[in-house]
Design a protein around this ligand. Structure first.
Ligand SMILES: CC(C)(COP(=O)(O)OP(=O)(O)OC[C@H]1O[C@@H](n2cnc3c(N)ncnc32)[C@H](O)[C@@H]1OP(=O)(O)O)[C@@H](O)C(=O)NCCC(=O)NCCS
Length: 352
């Protein structure tokens, strides 16, 4: 059976840089607070009303296609991971297909909604398609335009300062080369705390978990109910919320566990890892994970300092930069791992 290799990788980040000091114009925060708690120095924001999650994905894809040496019409399947889609529906997969001008082949397009672990989930899905011989060229992207959905008031600072925009893409192909390809992927979830890191409006929940009143649902409405209430707008309930400390505590337990799961499954130890590319949630989380696995600085790649948390895009952006800097080379043992909203988490172990 063939294994799945990353044949080409590309990333795109928008031009506009917002430093921590820039954010102090909109909210009560400081460079010191943000850097001390998260390691973040700056993030990128897409040009609103021009760039979208899909257009950024298209830019990353063009680079990945070129590096893989294939034409867009050779893509047989699109897998698109994002939590900040252009539309509520349809998903970004078909929008990317159109943006790339893939009009003749009528390939499948699948959208993945697993937030920070979306890229790992997408990689796992693609891996199954490739190993079984169903497809030979899969495009997997993670792209996020968080800036459109963040609350830039002081009330939103606990979430807003963490996130940035960007995209990363890979072309996945089968390989029968010795010492190349994905060894295994490991996916997990626990919905117990689903609302603790979430953007729940607009949605069909109707206040089921957190109460009808909180959202201002009227007692009597049309048979379908009210999708967006005035209270949601007035109370800024159309932005993400997060219980930061719960997320932090859970992340630092789950990351090492799922990385170890991948190592044990394939008979490796943490010292065998050439590069760990963790989802860029918080530099403190990455440092904690590094310490608990006993990894050296040169075994872990971090770029959250420059981009903030780009959710589904963070692993492919970081992996692409590590590759471009020569820190991930042919034959290297690379571990990818993510944790985020859901909670969902996962890992992938591969030979580059
Ligand atoms: C978000 C996070 C950095 C907050 O750090 P923390 O030490 O837990 O801080 P707290 O939320 O307890 O807030 C401490 C204080 O700082 C304030 N604060 C929150 N955000 C702030 C900001 N951007 N600037 C300044 N002050 C801020 C709070 O209001 C609070 O003030 P108070 O003590 O007067 O009430 C941290 O919890 C974290 O990184 N969690 C994980 C987040 C994550 O990774 N999410 C994505 C997962 S994929």
């Amino acid at each position: 059976m063939p294994q799945t290799k990353i044949a080409g990788i590309g990333h795109y980040v928008p031009d506009q840089i917002y430093t921590n000091d820039d954010l102090t114009k909109y909210m009560d925060t400081s460079d010191e607070w943000i850097q001390e708690r998260t390691g973040i120095k700056q993030r990128r924001y897409a040009k609103k009303h021009e760039e979208t999650t899909t257009t950024m994905a298209a830019e990353a894809t063009k680079i990945a296609l070129e590096r893989a040496g294939i034409d867009k019409n050779e893509i047989e399947m699109i897998i698109f991971a994002t939590l900040s889609p252009d539309y509520y529906f349809p998903g970004c997969g078909v929008l990317l297909q159109r943006e790339l001008g893939i009009t003749e082949t009528e390939i499948g397009a699948l959208d993945i909604r697993n937030q920070c672990s979306g890229f790992i989930y997408g990689l796992s899905v693609a891996d199954q398609f490739i190993k079984t011989g169903m497809y030979k060229n899969i495009l997997l992207v993670g792209s996020e335009m968080h800036s459109m959905g963040l609350d830039f008031r002081t009330e939103g600072r606990g979430v807003t300062v963490l996130f940035g925009d960007g995209a990363g893409a890979v072309i996945l192909q089968p390989t029968t080369e010795e010492n190349q390809g994905i060894y295994s992927t490991h996916l997990h979830s626990d919905g117990t705390h689903a609302e603790e890191l979430a953007m729940i409006n607009p949605g069909s929940h109707g206040g089921r978990h957190l109460g009808k009143e909180k959202y201002g649902y009227p007692d009597e409405a049309n048979p379908g109910g009210v999708f967006v209430t005035q209270k949601m707008v007035d109370d800024h309930l159309l932005s993400p919320n997060m219980t930061g400390q719960l997320v932090f505590k859970t992340a630092v337990r789950k990351f090492p566990k799922v990385i170890n799961e991948a190592l044990v499954k394939n008979g490796f130890e943490s010292s065998d890892i050439d590069m760990l590319v963790p989802h860029q949630a918080n530099l403190r989380i990455s440092q904690f994970v590094q310490k608990s696995l006993g990894l050296k600085d040169e075994q872990v790649y971090n770029n959250i300092q420059r981009y903030g948390n780009t959710t589904a895009a963070s692993i492919p952006i970081a992996l692409c930069e590590a590759y471009l800097e020569g820190k991930v080379k042919r034959g290297d043992l690379v571990c990818l791992a993510a944790f985020g909203s859901g909670f969902t988490w996962g890992s992938a172990l591969l030979r580059w």
